[in-house]
Design a protein around this ligand. Structure first.
Ligand code: T5A
Length: 225
């Protein structure tokens, strides 16, 4: 029995954290999930995030996002730090959950590196693809939910919530390129990446996500439901 990896992606303030919590609660209460557990077909559901899903990752997250820090982070160093966070996260958290038949709900994964470091910073996309393969050791998501939202609207939401971090304070063009990166990824991988309209109110975004996950549940577990 192997579990499933569901990833939420999107620009700053797209609502990933909000939706991950709702999705987790909804799945825990879902009769189909309880039935699968009763059959021994599904284990626990774990929420995690990148960067920062491990102790090492938490330290890297602080180095990457602390806007007030005295250190500089150049673009290649940034890329390698996200990759290091991912390599640790995959081995320490994700693979063990998946190996016992659990589900991993992850806030950001490889597509964020393509969108931010590739499209945003302009680093070589084929190099990023290779680095992602090294960091994940071949692990891919079973479903990626792309919360599509204008970068400006997302940044506005983040700003209202509190002070912006080092990535959020990058200029508007950077965030536009990141948005274009996610669009290009969704076009290139229509089976893996499902598009969610994240401009809707929270509950309506949650309903879109639930419908997409229900479809996949049926596809993945079929007659056992
Ligand atoms: N990064 C990450 C890279 O550059 N490369 C990589 O490889 C990886 C993995 C991570 C940063 O690192 C970068 C990307 C990021 O810049 P982070 O803090 O995890 O930093 O950043 P985000 O993932 O963007 O987290 P945020 O908390 O900023 O955004 P979320 O999680 O998308 O949004 P959320 O749920 O916290 O909501 C933001 C605000 O909007 C409100 C919420 O209440 C909250 O106040 N909101 C809504 N408002 C109106 N309508 C809705 N539907 C709403 N949904 C939420």
């Amino acid at each position: 029995m192997t579990g499933k990896l569901i990833v939420l992606e999107g620009v700053e303030g797209a609502g990933k954290t909000t939706q991950l919590k709702q999705l987790h609660q909804w799945l825990e209460d879902l009769p189909q999930v309880q039935h699968l557990r009763h059959l021994g077909e599904m284990a626990d559901i774990v929420i995690t995030r990148e960067p920062g899903g491990t102790n090492l990752g938490q330290a890297l997250r602080t180095l990457l996002l602390d806007g007030s820090a005295s250190h500089q982070v150049n673009d290649r160093a940034e890329l390698l730090m996200y990759a290091a966070d991912r390599a640790q996260h995959v081995d320490e958290v994700m693979r063990p959950v998946l190996a016992r038949g659990g589900w991993v709900l992850c806030d950001r994964f490889v597509d964020s590196t393509v969108a931010y470091q590739g499209y945003g910073r302009g680093l070589d996309l084929s190099l990023i693809e290779r680095l992602n393969r090294i960091a994940t050791n071949g692990l891919t998501s079973d479903l990626t939910l792309w919360l599509r939202l204008d970068a400006e609207v997302g940044l506005d939401r983040s700003q209202k919530r509190g002070p912006l971090d080092r990535m959020e304070t990058a200029d508007a063009q950077f965030h536009q390129r990141v948005q274009q990166g996610f669009e290009a990824l969704a076009d290139a991988h229509p089976r893996r990446i499902a598009v969610v309209d994240a401009a809707q109110p929270v509950d309506q975004v949650a309903q879109q996500i639930q419908a997409l996950v229900l479809d996949r549940l049926t596809l993945w577990y079929g007659h056992r439901l």
